[in-house]
Design a protein around this ligand. Structure first.
Ligand code: ZN
Length: 267
């Protein structure tokens, strides 16, 4: 451990790793729901079909160097690509600043990366791919088996059935009130597997944060006049945001800043 590494370098390295993984997440977001191979054909410009060269495929940097446009035609590069990359980079740094280098950090970071992919796939296609649900389920079993998370398996089960069950009941209620599908079964499955990592108390917090972020997002869309019956808002992205905010609000002692604030304000 000598000489010590400059912490700024660790943050920078993690940010760059996040950017690179974010770039891979962009590929997954685009190709997984369309049943396209994730490794095989090289990416190409959707407009002029020109393959994207290695030097133009550097996360974030290429977008800036190319001024947000294709090298061969005037087509603008979708802003989402650099956004997803930057988001993955920032969340990598934030999670490390809270959890340090630990197996828990690696676990939460992996879950966060997958939640980013789930968020944008759900926005685009209104589905949460079962591949992710199964990976989460497997990781939950491993995490509890190896005691990687600070909750016991009973709490994990309560979280899973509490979170999944709450979404299931809300879905039934929503269908009854709106006479159409308000909450998909994908959301129920996502709530179930996330609850296994969160435990019951943090599941309640996550559900609450999901509603707050969904409400906030809906108001923004209403103001921008971008909401319509044909384009309903999926809920998976907000469940994902809620879980990530819950993990990011852990106190150094393993508690939670938002829960602490709630308990001291309300009681
Ligand atoms: Zn082009």
């Amino acid at each position: 451990m000598n000489p010590p590494i400059n912490p700024a370098l660790i943050y920078l390295a993690l940010f760059i790793i996040g950017l690179i993984i974010g770039s891979f997440l962009n590929v997954i977001i685009y190709r997984l729901p369309n049943d396209l191979s994730i490794v095989k054909p090289r990416s190409h410009c959707p407009s002029c079909k020109e393959p994207i060269q290695m030097k133009d495929n550097i996360p974030l940097l290429s977008f800036i160097l190319l001024h947000g446009k294709c090298r061969y035609c005037p087509e603008k590069i979708n802003l989402r690509y650099p956004f997803v990359e930057t988001l993955a980079g920032i969340l990598s740094v934030l999670l490390y600043s809270i959890y340090g280098f630990s197996l828990l950090f690696i676990l939460l970071l992996s879950l966060t990366y997958m939640l980013i992919a789930i968020t944008f796939i759900d926005f685009d296609h209104y589905i949460i791919p079962n591949e992710f649900v199964l990976i989460f389920l497997g990781l939950a079993v491993v995490a509890h088996g190896l005691n990687l998370i600070p909750i016991n398996w009973k709490d994990g089960l309560m979280g899973a059935f509490g979170f999944g069950g709450a979404l299931f009941l809300l879905g039934i209620l929503g269908n009854w009130i709106f006479k159409k599908e308000a909450m998909g079964f994908g959301d129920v499955k996502l709530g179930f597997v996330l609850g296994a990592f969160l435990g019951i108390e943090w599941s309640v917090l996550t559900l609450f944060l999901s509603f707050i972020t969904a409400a906030f997002f809906s108001i923004v869309l209403l103001v921008l006049n971008k909401i319509s019956r044909e384009n309903p808002i999926p809920f998976g992205p907000f469940i994902s945001a809620g879980a990530i905010i819950t993990w990011l609000s852990q106190t150094p002692g393993g508690g939670n800043y938002i829960l602490n604030w709630y308990y001291t304000t309300m009681f």
